[in-house]
Design a protein around this ligand. Sequence first.
Ligand code: NAP
Ligand code: MG
Length: 407
Amino acid sequence: MPADAASKIQMKTPLVEMDGDEMTRIIWQLIKDELICPFVELKSEYFDLGLEHRDETDDQVTVEAAEATKRLGVAVKCATITPNAQRVEEYHLKEMWKSPNGTIRAILDGTVFRAPITVAGIEPNVRSWKRPITIARHAYGDVYRNAELRIDEPGTVELVYTKKSGGEVRVPVFEFSGPGVVQGTHNLDASIESFARSCFGYALDTHQDLWFATKDTISKTYDHRFKDIFQAIFDAEFAERFEEAGIEYFYTLIDDAVARVMKAEGGFIWACKNYDGDVMSDMVSSAAGSLAMMTSVLVSPTGVYEYEAAHGTVQRHYYRHLAGEETSTNSVATIFAWSGALRKRGELDGTPELMAFADALERATLDTIEAGEMTGDLARITTLEDPVTLSTSEFIEAVAGRLAKAL
Ligand code: NAP
Ligand code: MG
């Protein structure tokens, strides 16, 4: 095992490192100590997004971490607590700080891509799936930023658009003769354009086809706008590069997409509107095994990357850890956040040794599972016979052993 700094793999540009909370913070340190720092002369700009430090800095640390990501281009983020009333009490917070992921996303203006990590022994429930399906979820607007009303007596509902310049447009929604409900949603061309550029860019980056689907036959203005914007940006900026790369973009209806996905082999990106992405990513991840076996990367339209795990801070395991009990928490998604960030750093810096290290780290992780050594969540669902259930730290040590041999 290389020990001195000079014999380790060198980095040119630092990564942005965002530390986090609870069980994933424990895992974060283990990964750095056992899997990264023995092999790589790690260069990082460290930001502590742990809840205490966010509170101390009035959440400025989150903003600074996002700004640094814009500057350096690649970040790796640990799961963090999004405070609720109970957390405000638990941590004696000055304020109920906003979700760090929300803050970072607002600054980077990105799209989140999530894909299952496939490994022999953890078989997808959909038999035809041979390769991962990546979900790209638009993260702005629609039903997540809606206005809703309960209708309790007969009356008329209209959409009223009052123009700044003075004009007015009215569209009847419904003439209610009895009680009911009504909802107004919106989206922005600029946000849909960013979403489209992130999707096309990521498809080129990962060399996969891109599917996009909405319900434009029914929603002839709203969903149709999404379809038109995607097509216009594709034609103007990406069509040639897709052809050169030998990949395809196609648009279809959401119901057709769902039917095709169930019969497909995988290995493509499925771009979804906000609600569809919320629902379909849970479907894809649970059909593929577990949230702890998902990669997640935020890609900005300008090509900035933030890698993270798709799961949370695994609070219940952390409380058991604090009580001195042995835990068996799956670190695979967090390991893959690190390998993803290091590989991207290597790609941008032209350091193939760093990219090869990322490959070796992922291979060692998957080999460990395929050898039957895994954490409890996987041991419960594996098709391998007689799996050995390892603790949180034993699993990382088992990966480290294989990694050292491979390097
Ligand atoms: P969670 O951390 O995703 O965990 C929910 C449950 O899923 C766990 O109790 C565990 O089930 C299982 N699980 C999730 N990840 C696992 C892993 N790596 N290994 C083994 N089992 C795993 O969600 P939560 O406990 O509801 O949320 C905890 C905190 O995370 C919250 O404060 C929330 O704000 C935050 N959060 C952060 C992010 C993020 O930063 N990206 C995302 C979501 C949630 P068992 O207990 O049955 O073993
Ligand atoms: Mg959901």
